[in-house]
Each structure stands twice: as C-alpha cells, then as structure tokens.
Design a protein around this ligand. Structure first.
Ligand code: ATP
Length: 507
C-alpha cells in the first residue's frame, strides 16, 4: 500500500462568495480505502468532482501513478481508470439492467456478451444482478449495484463513492463492504465519502478531514473514535439530542384505512393504513426505500388527495384538502428529494422560503408577496439552522446537499406546525447538524406537535421516536414503543432482508 496512486497537490476551487477547496493536498495509495470527511459544505463533492473531471480546478495539480492527471471530462477520467458512483442514480426505469449499463459505456459490446460480463462480474463481487430485469422494478440497493457494476466493468484503479450506504439496509451495507474489501485487496483504491462514522471506522484505512475547504487533519479511522472524528470535522464539541417523552393522550392526527393506488407503474400502492399520532409524540416510520414512503408522505401533505373520511387532524377531515389548505391549519411536510421536490433548484432561497411559507407566515397578504417579510423569514431559517451560504439570494442548487437539507427542514419547523411529516430529515447532513435537526424535532413535539419521521436510519428513529412502525409493500405494521425494541424485531417488522433474498435466490 506504499505505492501512491493519486496525489493531489494544492487543489483550489472558488465559487462566488466561497472557496470550496483551498490548497488541498493529500494522496491515496494503491488499494487504499480512503475516507473523505467533513461537515456539510466542507468541499467534499467539489473535490471529487475535480478528480472525476466534472469541475476544473482554479489552481493545483494532480498525478495518477506518477503521471500528470488533469481530466477535462468524466469520459477522460474513466478512460484513465477513475470511476464514480453518485448519490443520485442516473438510470432509466423503463430500460433493463444491461441496456442501462450499455448506455454508460463508450463502446458497449453486443448484448449477449455484455449480459454474460454483467453476470460474471456481479457474481465475482457478491452483488447478484439479473441483466434482463427492468430497472424500474429494482430496489434502491439493487439500482446501486447497477451503478457499481457499470464502474467495475471498466476495471477502475480508483473508485469514488459518494454516500453509498444511505439507500441500503443494514444487510446490504455488509454486502457492499464485502465487495469493497475485495476490490481493495485486488489493488483498486476507493475514495469514500460518508457522514456515517461507524461505517468509516469499519471500512477505511485512512481519512482526510476537510473543514471550510481546507485539509484540517488526517487520521486512521480504526484507531479514532467516531466522536473524535466528528469533533475534528466541526472543530467543536458535539451535542447529543436529549429525549424526554412528551406524548399526551390526545390524538392529533388520525389515518383511517388510507389506500392509494400507485401513481406510476414503478410506484407503490398504499393499502389500508390506519394510525393515530398523539400530540407531543414522535412517530418513527422505517422501511427499506421504495416501500411506500414517498406515497405515505404525499397523502399527508396533500399532494395526493383522498376521498373524505380518511385523514383527520384535531377533528378536521383533511384527506380531500389540497396542500395550501392543510398548511393553513398547520399540517406541514418536508419530502425526501430536496432538489426539485422540497426546493425549486433555480429559485433563490428567498423564493424557496415563500413556496411553503406563504400561507402560515402570511407572506402574501391580499395576494401580493411581501418580499421583505419573505427575506426576513428566509434569513431566519439560514441563521437558526446554520445554513452555510453566502446569502439568501443564492439559488437552491448552489448549496451543498446537506446545507439545502438544513434549509428545507428549518423552513418547515420554524412555521410551528401542529403536524409535521418529514422524510429522511438528516439525509446527507453532517453529525453536528443532524443532532441539531433531531433536537429541533424533539422540541417541536415537546411543544405539542404530532411529528412523523420517515427514515431509513434506524439509529435515528430509535434515538428520537416514541413509537416505531415499518412500511412494507405499502402496508404499515402495528406501531410499537421504541423502548426495548431490538434490531431483530425491527428487521422482522421491515420485512427483513426480503429483497436481498430474492436477489440471491435468482442466482
Ligand atoms: N456550483 C456551485 N456554485 C456555487 N457554489 C457552489 C457550487 N458547488 C458548490 N458550491 C459551494 O461550495 C462549497 C462546498 O460545497 P460541496 O458541495 O463541495 O460540499 P460538501 O462537503 O460536499 O457538502 P455536503 O456534505 O453537504 O454534500 C459550499 O459552500 C457550496 O455552497
């Protein structure tokens, strides 16, 4: 592992108002699993985009195996052995696995040959995948496999992975780590971005820590505690959320036999969901991605309307009411997909504050937008939730993923909802910011709101929820108190490793 594969020397990249990477230097050895750590907006994505040829550095240089390396575009990076698996998959649902993989190749072989290669590589690396299956029918974990196999077919020397485990079940994480360890043993280096410090300790040989664009430290994750790593990232002491149960006897939100047909061929139908959430309660909803989480949020937010009689908030029948009416009575929601769903990418943060805040914050009295009040609201969200941005006029798309997430969640919580539904509230958010978002959700419940947290992060749900239920194929299990619930019981409620077993059985 002493051979250097990639060396970065003084890489610098500035955006208007912020130096995203400031004189970054470090190197990655052949076969090394190297973690890139840093709080939201620290510059991790910018750095890997430079390595992958998506962003051109303003200054600094790179070498790959000792040769000058300055990829002008991703295809050039790929041809030199640098591959990347993104957080957001770029797959076509209506095409099958082999067709999707062929689309990403410069010179795809004939279909039969490609299908055989996919089978061979996927079996060799313990990631079973049927080349003929439609991507739309695959779980999130299986879609990620398509992206990984697409990279592996190019025999990469460096594989960059950006938050790969956020879409995986615990069992799938184990399988992925097995694959990455095998790759590393064969000499492929891995540059691994994640906010999950325990996973980094389990997997990575070395770590480089970025703070505000600069390298502030390196460590050997196995020999460093998760808490020390987190403190290195934020430069201060970490705060753990305080949980005190405040659930009352009063039912604030009630769902009675909620069913919803799937909106698309690849969506999930909801079946007969009944649930009561009390004032002051945090209700945790778990489940493997794609089991009805988005649909469940949409019936509560009002994006999907039902016939009357199925959803009640403090005696009001709201199931047939559109989102703006629901916001008026204090039912707010923050969907999972922050760019494009929770926030409009090309609009400024001020405009995005107006999008969901206009009714409850009375930002458009008499139909005319009060822009100065809207700006004050946006700036309060930015200040209270430590959203790192030059100012409130910046477009949502220019924010780092975690900072936009903080903005979206803060925008809803600051409107003092009576019922709040959030999907993956701390997805891609660094440890310190995740702790403060969780604390804010607990504080909201303490003030008497009913809070529903949909999340794939089971630790998060165990930390803040009073009760837990799982979505499985659009059905909701009976809720159970989180206190005393074991991981095995949770696994059973989630339907266990169902998808994985199916995939293995297909071999
Ligand atoms: N295209 C862009 N235009 C303007 N500013 C940008 C752009 N891309 C990134 N930035 C800014 O550069 C800084 C670093 O962002 P980057 O996305 O690299 O952070 P990150 O460490 O990957 O964060 P996260 O963990 O939240 O994904 C941030 O302040 C961000 O707002």
């Amino acid at each position: 592992m002493s051979d250097t594969l990639l060396a970065l020397d003084g890489l610098t990249k500035a955006y208007p108002g912020v130096i995203a990477n400031d004189d970054v230097s470090f190197s990655i050895g052949v076969g090394e699993v190297h973690a890139l750590l840093g709080e939201n907006g620290a510059g991790k994505s910018t750095l890997v985009k430079m390595i992958y040829g998506l962003v051109k550095p303003d200054a600094g240089k790179m070498t790959l195996h000792g040769d000058a390396y300055a990829p002008g575009r991703p295809s050039e990076a790929r041809s030199l052995g640098v591959a990347m698996v993104f957080q957001h998959f770029s797959l076509f649902e209506a095409l099958d696995v082999a067709e999707n993989i062929a689309l990403g190749m410069e010179n795809p072989p004939k279909r039969r040959e490609l299908a055989a290669r996919i089978r061979e590589v996927s079996n060799a690396y313990g990631l079973p995948l049927d080349p003929g299956r439609l991507v739309g029918e695959l779980s999130a974990g299986e879609r990620q496999r398509v992206e990984i196999i697409r990279c592996l077919l190019q025999n990469p020397r460096l594989l960059i992975m950006d938050e790969p485990t956020s879409v995986l079940t615990p069992q799938e994480v184990d399988i992925l780590f097995g694959t990455l360890r095998k790759l590393s043993a064969e000499g492929t280096a891995i540059l691994y971005i994640s906010h999950k410090l325990d996973e980094i300790r389990a997997l990575c040989d070395a770590a480089t820590v970025l703070r505000r664009g600069k390298v502030v430290g390196t460590c050997v994750p196995r020999e460093t505690t998760a808490r020390d790593m987190a403190e290195l990232m934020v430069g201060s002491t970490l705060h753990t959320p305080e949980r005190r149960s405040t659930a009352s006897e009063d039912v604030l939100l009630e769902l009675r036999k909620v069913s919803l047909p799937a909106a698309t061929p690849f969506g999930t139908s909801l079946h007969d969901i009944s649930l009561s959430v009390h004032a002051g309660e945090v209700m945790g909803i778990g489940g493997v991605a794609g089991n009805g989480q988005d649909e469940f949020l949409s019936v509560l937010s009002g994006e999907s309307l039902l016939a009357p009689g199925h959803i009640w908030v403090a005696g009001d029948d709201i199931g047939a009411q559109p989102p703006q009416t629901r916001r008026g009575i204090g039912v707010l929601a923050a969907p999972e997909e922050r760019l494009g769903h929770a926030a409009a990418p090309d609009m400024s943060l001020v405009e995005n504050a107006l999008l969901t805040g206009s009714v409850r914050q009375k930002l458009a009295p008499n139909g005319f937008v009060n822009w100065s009040a809207t700006r004050v609201f946006a700036e309060k969200v930015i200040a209270d939730y430590d959203v790192r941005t030059p100012n409130a006029d910046v477009a949502a798309r220019a924010l780092s993923g975690g900072n936009l997430q903080k903005f979206v969640i803060g925008r809803e919580i600051l409107q003092a909802p009576r019922v709040l539904v959030v999907n993956q509230p701390t997805w891609g958010v660094d440890a310190a910011a995740a702790a403060s978002i969780r604390q804010a959700l607990l504080d909201l419940a303490e003030q008497g709101a009913a809070v529903i947290v949909i999340s794939q992060d089971l630790d998060e749900l165990m930390e803040i929820a009073d009760r837990f239920a799982a979505l499985n194929g659009g059905r909701l299990t009976d809720p159970r108190p989180t206190q005393g619930l074991t991981i095995d019981e949770i696994g059973l409620m989630m339907g266990g490793a169902h998808d994985m077993e199916v995939a293995h059985a297909a071999q």
